[in-house]
Design a binder for this molecule. Structure first.
Ligand SMILES: [Cu+2]
Length: 249
């Protein structure tokens, strides 16, 4: 009898243990699922207002349906007005955007938009909203834990027309733009086994995003190489990201 009670007690103990294990497994699973989905969410699209009343990016290729955030990193008030570029139709207008605050707008219609600042007449830029935007991120084996993302519009470059790029440095831990990056952005033609530099842009990105525009004059295969040399004003072991671009005939 006694042994049977003891056995039942043991079973109950095992049941409780099993239940606890399941709870722990579920918590662990939901945590890892949460982490996966966090890293799968792509970084926000941000245009920063920076010192001397400028924008860090003045041509922003944006995927249809995306939200763009204007973030005031300047020490004075700003405002944003968005107009349709072709017709001038007013699409949105912000209230005063104080330093360290934001304004955002979701673009659910195709087209080119002009944005400007009613408080600073010299400030302006364009947003190109389309589905013809490709994005690729190099995140493996980055020695400095900063991903390099390249956004390209259009997906298939047209010869003798602008191909627009956004070069984005993303801090892996924060999943946000890495400030103060010295880099270069070089395009090589690799047609017929050659390795000829056709475009070179070296720069310092204060906010972690920069833009580049290039007109391809020949069809074929190209390689874009983005190299990071300094982060937060300190030299680092360079990180290199390589992207392939094919220009159709
Ligand atoms: Cu800087």
């Amino acid at each position: 009898m006694q042994s049977k009670i003891a056995l039942t007690k043991n079973y109950r103990f095992l049941d409780i243990l099993t239940a606890f294990s399941f709870i722990i497994i579920i918590i662990t699973l939901s945590n890892s699922v949460g982490l996966v989905s966090v890293s799968a969410i792509s970084k926000s699209n941000i245009i920063a207002m920076i010192s001397n009343s400028r924008y860090d990016v003045t041509y922003y290729p944006l995927k249809l349906g995306s939200t763009l955030i204007w973030s005031n990193h300047d020490n004075m008030d700003h405002k944003i007005k968005i107009n349709k570029n072709t017709t001038g139709e007013l699409i949105a207008e912000s209230n005063t955007i104080k330093p360290y605050s934001n304004f955002s707008h979701t673009f659910d219609k195709l087209g080119i938009y002009h944005f400007s600042d009613p408080l600073n007449s010299q400030m302006g830029g364009f947003i190109s909203v389309s589905n013809d935007v490709a994005s690729d991120t190099v995140s493996n084996n980055m020695k400095n834990n900063v991903n390099i993302q390249l956004v390209q519009e259009p997906i298939k470059p047209t010869m003798e027309k602008d191909t627009n790029f956004l070069i984005d440095f993303i801090n892996q831990k924060m999943n946000k733009d890495q400030e103060h990056v010295d880099y270069d952005f070089v395009i090589y033609s690799v047609n017929g086994g050659e390795n000829k530099q056709v475009y070179n842009q070296a720069g310092h990105s204060d906010e972690g995003v920069d833009q580049a525009t290039y007109r391809f004059s020949q069809p074929g295969n190209y390689v874009v190489k983005v190299t990071i040399y300094d982060i937060l004003f300190n030299p680092v072991i360079p990180d290199l990201a390589i992207f392939n671009v094919t220009v159709p005939k």
